[in-house]
Design a protein around this ligand. Sequence first.
Ligand code: FAD
Ligand code: MLT
Ligand code: ZN
Length: 481
Amino acid sequence: MTDKNISPKLPQKFLSDLETAIGIKAIITNHDDIAPYMVEQRGRFVGETSLVVTPQTTQEVSDVVKLCAEHSIGIVPQGGHTGLVSGGIPFAGDNAIVLNTSRLNKIRAIDPVNNTMIVEAGCILQTIQEHADNHDRLFPLSLGAEGSCQIGGNIATNAGGINVIRYGNTRQLVLGLEVVTPTGEIWNGLRALQKDNTGYDLKQLYIGSEGTLGIITAAVLQLFPKPKEQQTAILALTDLDAALPLLNQAQEMLGDALTSFELLPRIGVDFSLKHGQGVVDPIEGRYDWYILMEASVSLTDSNLKALFQNYLETAFEKNWVQDGVLAQSKAQSDSFWLLRENITLCQKAEGGSIKHDISVPVSSVPAFIKAANEAVRKMIPGIRPHPFGHLGDGNIHYNLSQPLDMDKQDYLDRWEEVNRVVHDIVHNFNGSISAEHGIGRVKRDENQHYKSPVEMQLMKNIKKSLDPKGIMNPGKLIRPN
Ligand code: FAD
Ligand code: MLT
Ligand code: ZN
């Protein structure tokens, strides 16, 4: 039974037409069954709706959208539900239902000669990676949530992850899209072409649109040759500034074989060792910073290992690093990545964590971290900065764990105030307040604060022309007028 007080109030005709269109199996109205779709990763908000639908085909998605458009009911597209900006849940007053793509999950085709794959939005990222691998190809998008996030959500958020330095964001990995528009029309843009210069590049509008312009139902993905050799190292630094020449030297000596260059702070290593399962300290002694880096080549007889060893020798000669380990086995390399993954997961166990997903020019990362640390320590004595992430592309998760002696809620109540101080510093470095997670609901007003009126108006014009009724993910990314 739906809870009568929860929006949207759904007309009986809407529900009966819906059942005819997609079948009762795809319709969830029981409050307890809806609940798991309403939570969001950060645990800061709980969504509210009276209906979740799980269509299985593009045509069913189109039928749902047409009915919602007819009745002016909002739709929140939802994939794996791992988003970090509350973009995939409806808020009270949104008058919206959830359209979850989990059952729209066929791999439609793979063409290893063309290096492309056609997948439906509900395919889990890891499934796509494995399917490519089974066909001796690589789909390089890789992030901590890959076991549950779906490619539709990855495209809608233009997800980044750990391999951006070599392969780019999701935006660079999509050749074509199939989208259901806010009037329920199906745009078939599933062209598997490297070149297609026939007007506006419409797919680029939908990539990163966070469900506010239409529902992505399928995509043509770019595949790459499968790496034949991979080298992984973890390096210890006392001076964060040394990370910059270290990166440039890697680009110099390893070229585009470099695929990942991640920053780990000592506090993150400590949290992971304390709260993580099976996490080991990779290097004797304690250092302020660590760089986890990886390079790979798809050539058969490459000399990657020798190149990597020469690079490490140079790093030691120049005293950029104080210690380091080149993985001697896949198991050892996996242990480094387990440490990195736990850097994200273990923050929760240390109490309140105020989050930032920022980017600045790579050359400004150390200066940004220093300036932000100074500012937040002045604001909240005892705060524990925990800056980590994708240093290779300038994206730092500048997360802040609460002071040990502070009440968690009192600390989290200062989220917006702290965000503004940190985002002002990001702005001064010509950076972005959202590097890869998107805007959703939680950063909507902050984004409006920093975007120029011209840019905001251009985005609103696009939203207005593509979704005139404003039914697509209402209230997300752009504030309704
Ligand atoms: P959801 O959370 O379901 O939805 C996200 C947004 O996309 C919402 O606005 C939703 O409305 C929209 N959407 C979903 N499906 C569709 C569709 N078919 N059509 C249109 N709009 C749609 N993100 C990174 O970029 N890099 C990282 O390294 C990273 N690491 C993470 C690590 C962990 C442990 C976790 C929990 C999350 C991480 N994330 C990261 C965030 C998250 O995984 C990504 O944003 C991911 O792309 C979201 O995919 P999803 O399927 O879960 O989308
Ligand atoms: C990651 O890179 O692990 C995530 O994007 C960071 C996060 O979950 O905050
Ligand atoms: Zn990240």
